[in-house]
Design a protein around this ligand. Structure first.
Ligand code: SAM
Length: 241
């Protein structure tokens, strides 16, 4: 089963039953890019889609990516607070972010009442060249639970790795400027119980939904942009069979 909603997640989340979600796996606009406030106000194509780097400039810009750090923290806190009412007791919220807004994200998750349990590292195996600096070739999944998540260490219990080295989606295969690889998402969804329910309130081109269809999980997805919403609908429909 899947259900998709086109609109602002803060409004569309009213369509999701309270206490029904095993895992929120999401990838909000990072409000990142550049080192200075002026750079962060540029459109997403300019910030993230240098053609020589990943060639994703052919896709349309998306909104919600121009907040300064204080507004970004407040926005995420508000969305995550609403999400918490949708997540089962002990269920998971996992949210992607890059290095710049990592501190804001760990703050927002905790302010919303989730228990912060860690940071999963995604090694993208590529990044822009940065002479005389360490490369920023990783992104992160900040994750936590809605109340305690206690499970005994027994035979057959699930243990998921905390670091994944999976290449980013190749330009020719992309559907979105900042698309996440389905293989990575499938790994991150391994802690969802069999037949469980997943929510992505910033689904973009629907990669989380595609991963859920491959894994037999139920999925709720929300996307603001009508163009990307249509892309996600088509991808998820095709992945269901
Ligand atoms: C980083 S992208 C997600 C990309 C996705 N992980 C994929 O693989 O395609 C974030 C998405 O959130 C959407 N968005 C921005 N503000 C939103 C809001 N308030 N409610 C719902 N979606 C929003 C943007 O249009 C954008 O497509």
């Amino acid at each position: 089963m899947y259900q998709l909603f086109n609109g602002d997640c803060l409004l569309q989340l009213n369509n999701i039953p309270d206490g029904s979600i095993d895992m929120v796996l999401t990838d909000p606009p990072y409000s990142s890019g550049g080192l200075f406030a002026g750079s962060r106000k540029q459109d997403t194509r300019t910030k993230y889609c240098d053609t020589e780097h990943n060639g994703a400039a052919r896709f349309q810009n998306f909104s919600g990516d121009n907040m300064d750090q204080r507004s970004f923290t407040a926005f995420c806190r508000e969305v995550f607070t609403t999400l918490r009412s949708k997540v089962k007791e002990g269920g998971i919220l996992g949210t992607f972010i890059d290095w710049r807004n990592l501190p804001a994200m760990t703050d927002a998750l905790q302010m919303a009442g989730f228990i912060w349990l860690g940071i999963v590292v995604w090694d993208k195996r590529t990044s822009r060249p940065t002479p005389e600096r360490f490369r920023n070739d990783c992104e992160y999944l900040v994750w936590g639970s809605n109340g305690p998540r206690s499970a005994p260490m027994v035979k057959g219990c699930k243990v998921a790795a905390g670091c994944y080295s999976i290449p980013g989606v190749q330009s020719k295969d992309k559907h979105h400027q900042t698309e996440k690889p389905v293989e990575l998402l499938e790994n991150l969804l391994r802690l969802v119980p069999e037949g469980g329910t997943v929510l992505d309130p910033f689904m973009g081109s629907g990669s989380t939904g595609v991963a859920c269809m491959h894994m037999g999980l139920d999925f709720y997805g929300i996307e603001l942009d009508p163009g990307y919403f249509q892309v996600s609908k088509k991808r998820i429909e095709e992945a269901e069979f």
